[in-house]
Write a new protein. Structure first.
Length: 419
């Protein structure tokens, strides 16, 4: 009976969560294509201003994580994501109608605010629907919305910019989120007990297994105690540094490729998609073995270290051999995404459910802060130096420190509770 229940959950919920996160990531990553495809020239955006605009999203994203996460955990993640879908779809489409950089700054910030609680809310929903032995793979299919979206978005956005301009790209890619909000409201339930597509016995067995898992995680008094715990603070620092590398890479990869080659925007789109193809495969492999061994740490830090090494190596050959440098960037991109499933699984296994909403949101907010710094500093260093060499080294350094924290700070002796 439970096998049947498992199949129902995988086939019904995972595609919905994947599409939702994919649409969220689409509206935050297509900005880099707009800048590379003529937006900078049309609106008079300088390199420094482009860095600020890329980063403002993450500042808004950082600011509203914790209250959104607490609302998702204590009230309704379903309702929160429904309104978020409508909000970010409308704001993204409105970007294509702007003629003023100051209005663009406001929209970029608000887009981050609207999307801020989506990831914590989705992680909380997954923790209510999937057991520990399934969680890394379930989280990976959610996180795959990141690289898979950038993979097809890189190709599609290149063609849309070429055919309709950057304004048309924003409008075409913003509308689907509004339409999807209706599907989300109809198909998703906050918890198994509310699902009409499960029998009473199936609900009972699933909820009992999830309840037993929480028994080994000691609850804490309140959010203040959780936020001050060593485990949560280390998770925050590690995720911040990791995201610094991720979004320095994501937001500037098209510009890196164009600066190092004579390719047009369509060709740049095709090449920009390649690292995310490898990332999609590496994420599935890492999560499969993480669930199989129930070891999270072992499938986090080595990939972060490999990514840092690849960035350094790409930096060394970037001026002499474009294709070798690009191949190393592909390895960096594939490795930097691989640990997402094990990492997100570890959050719900280290943090008690009574404070999970706020604590997971806090970790994710520090990730957003790292994304803000990464997107801004990579662009700033390029503007100051005229090349991306220093940016490579900056991202590599952040990833090495994140790997070190994962290897030593979050080791096998880390208690399975927030003390």
């Amino acid at each position: 009976m439970f096998v049947t229940t498992a199949k129902k959950r995988w086939f019904r919920l995972v595609p919905i969560f994947f599409i939702t996160f994919s649409l969220a990531f689409l509206d935050r990553a297509n900005f880099s294509f707009a800048v590379a495809g003529g937006m900078a020239e049309d609106l008079g955006i300088t390199s420094a201003m482009s860095s600020l605009l890329s980063s403002l999203f993450f500042l808004g994203y950082f600011s509203f994580q914790v209250p959104g996460g607490i609302y998702a955990a204590t009230r309704s993640a379903k309702k929160l994501i429904f309104w978020s879908l409508i909000g970010w779809g409308g704001l993204s489409a409105a970007t294509g109608l702007l003629h003023n950089t100051y209005h663009l700054m406001i929209i970029r910030f608000l887009l981050g605010v609207v999307e801020s609680a989506v990831m914590p809310a989705l992680l909380i929903l997954l923790s209510k629907w999937f057991t520990r032995k399934e969680r890394s793979m379930a989280n990976t299919f959610l996180a795959l919305g990141n690289p898979v979206t950038i993979l097809w978005m890189s190709v599609l956005s290149g063609y849309l910019v070429h055919s309709f301009g950057w304004r048309g790209m924003f409008i075409v890619e913003g509308v689907p989120a509004i339409i999807w909000a209706i599907c989300w409201w109809k198909w998703v339930d906050n918890e198994p007990s509310a699902a009409k597509w499960l029998s009473a016995e199936e609900k009972s067995r699933l909820e009992e297994e999830l309840r037993k898992e929480q028994e080994i995680i000691k609850p804490v008094k309140n959010y203040t105690a959780a936020f001050k715990s060593k485990t949560v603070l280390l998770l925050c620092m590690q995720y911040m540094l990791w995201n610094l590398g991720v979004f320095g890479f994501v937001m500037w990869l098209p510009s890196i490729i164009r600066a190092a080659s004579d390719l047009d925007i369509v060709q740049t789109g095709w090449l920009s998609a390649v690292p995310y193809l490898l990332a999609s495969v590496s994420m599935i492999v890492a999560s499969y073995f993480s669930d199989k061994t129930l070891n999270r740490r072992r499938f986090i830090w080595p990939f972060l270290a490999i990514s840092g090494i690849a960035f350094c190596a790409s930096c060394l050959v970037s001026e002499d051999n474009f294709f070798l440098s690009f191949a190393l960037l592909v390895i960096a991109g594939g490795s930097i995404y691989a640990p997402y499933g094990p990492f997100f699984a570890s959050l719900t296994e280290l943090i008690p459910r009574n404070v999970a909403g706020g604590a997971i949101a806090l970790v994710n907010s520090f990730g957003a802060l790292g994304s803000f710094v990464g997107a801004f500093v990579v662009g700033y260093l390029h503007g100051v130096t005229g090349s991306f060499t220093s940016s490579y080294l900056f991202m590599a350094g952040a990833l090495f420190i994140a790997a070190f924290i994962s290897m030593l700070g979050l080791n096998d002796k880390t208690e399975r509770s927030v003390q």
